[in-house]
Write a protein that binds this ligand. Sequence first.
Ligand SMILES: *[C@@H]1O[C@H](CO)[C@@H](O)[C@H](O)[C@H]1NC(C)=O
Ligand SMILES: *[C@@H]1O[C@H](CO)[C@@H](O)[C@H](O)[C@H]1NC(C)=O
Ligand SMILES: *[C@@H]1O[C@H](CO)[C@@H](O)[C@H](O)[C@H]1NC(C)=O
Ligand SMILES: *[C@@H]1O[C@H](CO)[C@@H](O)[C@H](O)[C@H]1NC(C)=O
Length: 246
Amino acid sequence: MATNSLNLLLLLLITLHCTTTTTLAQAPAPAPSGPTNVTKILEKAGQFTTLIRLMKVTQLGDQINTQLNNSNQGMTIFAPTDNAFSSLKPGTLNSLSDQQKVSLLQFHVVPTYLTNSQLQTVSNPLRTQAGDTASNKFPLNVTTSGNQVNVSTGVTDTTVSNSIYTDGTLAVYQVDQVLLPMSLFGPSAPAPAPEPLKKKKSGVDDDAPAAGDGGASADASGGVVFNGNLGGLAVGVVGMVAMFFL
Ligand SMILES: *[C@@H]1O[C@H](CO)[C@@H](O)[C@H](O)[C@H]1NC(C)=O
Ligand SMILES: *[C@@H]1O[C@H](CO)[C@@H](O)[C@H](O)[C@H]1NC(C)=O
Ligand SMILES: *[C@@H]1O[C@H](CO)[C@@H](O)[C@H](O)[C@H]1NC(C)=O
Ligand SMILES: *[C@@H]1O[C@H](CO)[C@@H](O)[C@H](O)[C@H]1NC(C)=O
């Protein structure tokens, strides 16, 4: 009996939590002072320095800003955290050509604005700015399980852990892993990944661990996911407390 009411309460709270999240996600933009500047948005959010640097190097940041200013389709960005980049195998980014870096970044950008709930109902595969969604190219799927939204590439499967920014035109969602496309990292990819040690003795700088990539820390990603869940729980609890005081 008591357990049943507790379950009911929990259900109510979860519903409340979802509603709150959605409401927050659709909050209007802070004062529209000039055109949208995605770099500024990411800077403000913190923990996206690698992504910002890559956007600068590839000039994708400028492209996104221009596109946002000139189209009414809007845009959705999956933003990997600095942790996401540093948990890649060392040298991963450096093993990519400039064009491949552009593709990798474009793969994180969807040329339409997707709210939280639209994200959960899009049809797969989702077309990104990297283009071709064929199974060995740049397919990106969104899968939903309860309250959890995942994006999967065939190589990477990760949770959309947070909505960082949304203004009705641009949505930025945090992901805790870099979305690796099949085209570059799948089984039939042109092996950009570090090769077996024996093959290259004194090769070019390809195999040198990149300073910018940071070292891999195996337990980082697991910890992040766990923290994300705890974070959701904490918000729920806060919601509960808030409800009782309202
Ligand atoms: C966007 O913001 C960044 C960081 O705040 C700044 O360096 C850059 O000049 C801005 N770009 C434009 C076009 O305003
Ligand atoms: C944004 O678009 C407006 C109108 O199309 C244009 O006048 C303006 O120069 C654009 N600004 C940028 C930074 O592209
Ligand atoms: C993505 O979804 C499509 C359509 O449902 C499916 O054919 C494909 O196998 C999925 N790919 C992955 C990596 O889940
Ligand atoms: C979502 O991704 C996480 C890893 O980040 C995985 O543990 C979980 O099983 C995935 N969920 C679904 C529904 O694919």
